[in-house]
Design a protein around this ligand. Structure first.
Ligand code: DGP
Length: 113
């Protein structure tokens, strides 16, 4: 999609630090890490948020969920990690391309919000 930051990152038009890629999704390090490990996993097909995730084909949905586990293992997050997807203004979503944050490498707070 034109003018979408994460579509430009997936296309390689904006540089990123890739940690994983397959036919359906791309994962890269967050520019503003909020934990020692902070990775964004995005579908290659543009959908705005988790509210639109139903528009993705099943194989893309499965690939994203599998990728999260693979990346966590690759990053050595065997002690645990948190997965967050902000959706819409109440959740402070700042980039309107579905993405899952993988956060780990330290003890997380016991409050989710
Ligand atoms: P959210 O607020 O949930 O929409 O998260 C968007 C995340 O995207 C935020 O943690 C910062 C990250 N981000 C924004 N611009 C860039 C960029 O140009 N490169 C990378 N690697 N991350 C970015």
């Amino acid at each position: 999609m034109e003018n979408c930051l994460f579509c430009k990152i997936i296309a390689g038009d904006i540089p990123s630090t890739k940690v994983y890629e397959d036919g359906f999704c791309y994962a890269f390090r967050d520019i503003n890490p909020q934990a020692p490990t902070h990775i964004l996993v995005v579908p290659k097909q543009h959908v705005a948020s988790i509210a639109e995730m139903g528009k993705l084909p099943d194989d893309a949905l499965c690939a994203i969920m599998r990728a999260i586990g693979k990346i966590a293992a690759q990053e050595g997050l065997e002690n645990g990690f948190r997965v967050v997807s902000n959706c819409g203004p109440d959740a402070c979503q700042s980039v309107p391309h579905l993405h899952f944050h993988i956060l780990g490498g330290r003890q997380m707070g016991d409050q989710m919000a």
